[in-house]
Design a protein around this ligand. Structure first.
Ligand SMILES: C[S@@+](CC[C@H](N)C(=O)[O-])C[C@H]1O[C@@H](n2cnc3c(N)ncnc32)[C@H](O)[C@@H]1O
Length: 227
């Protein structure tokens, strides 16, 4: 499947209204727990914070609940930012429409950066990670939440069946767009291993790079620091 930025942007613009509900049903409610873990880590991190590939502010709002300071929320889908706009009134969340690979910020301004289910979509991960490193303050933390594949053989087989059969059907049923969810399945299967992601982080300058597996390994949470 063709997966350039234009295609990805169009797909996210199209599914925006049902984005959160599909996540909730498809993950059996686990997605909230995953994002809460990120928010807890960022609880005492110095502001401003940056949430990259923020979508309709799904993670941004969870972070804001724990850390009521300035959070910049960046996404290249204007549809996503606009749809979620009413959720961020009376908060200090500032939307920014921009590309994660070319961040429109000065060097070393953010105390913490998060990106949930976004890295997978970026065609040039090395460039993106170097950009994240550039805008992070010294001592700042980067948190990545991303899909991964389980290592347990039987669970992996069941998960593959779920990905190939149930998820595109559910996506089609709720959003009317099956290709967006076929893209999701393909991007999960193609996404690099956690060891590769850790290597990319180290090569981009980060240190203290760690990761934990969540929900039998279907999601991984990475933390990395700028010294
Ligand atoms: C799967 S959603 C994740 C939304 C949110 N972070 C969450 O936790 O649910 C991925 C988001 O990344 C955005 N995105 C994809 N590629 C991007 C890029 N190059 N620059 C900025 N945003 C991008 C999409 O528009 C979409 O809103």
């Amino acid at each position: 499947m063709k997966q350039d930025k234009k295609f990805i942007k169009k797909k996210f613009d199209k599914i925006v209204k049902r984005y959160d509900i599909v996540n909730l049903i498809a993950s059996f409610g686990q997605d909230k727990i995953w994002r809460k873990k990120v928010a807890n880590i960022l609880k005492n991190v110095s502001s401003p914070l940056l949430d990259i590939c923020c979508g309709p502010y799904t993670l941004t709002l969870q972070i804001f609940k724990k850390n009521k300071k300035e959070i910049f929320a960046l996404d290249f889908s204007f549809g996503m930012l606009l749809y979620g706009k009413k959720r961020i009134t009376r908060t200090s969340i500032y939307p920014v429409c921009g590309d994660a690979e070319v961040l429109p910020f000065k060097d070393e301004i953010f105390g913490g950066i998060s990106i949930a289910f976004g890295l997978r979509n970026l065609p040039n991960k090395e460039i993106a990670l170097k950009e994240f490193y550039r805008v992070l303050k010294k001592g700042g933390i980067l948190i990545i939440l991303e899909f991964s594949l389980p290592t347990h053989r039987i669970f992996k087989t069941l998960y593959q069946i779920y990905l190939k059969n149930y998820l595109p059907f559910l996506g089609w049923l709720l959003t009317g767009d099956k290709t967006a969810y076929l893209y999701l399945v393909e991007s999960i299967q193609k996404f690099s291993s956690s060891e590769k992601i850790k290597e990319l982080l180290i090569n981009s300058g980060f240190n203290k790079v760690e990761h934990i597996s969540l929900t039998m390994g279907i999601v991984s949470l990475y933390t990395a620091y700028k010294n």
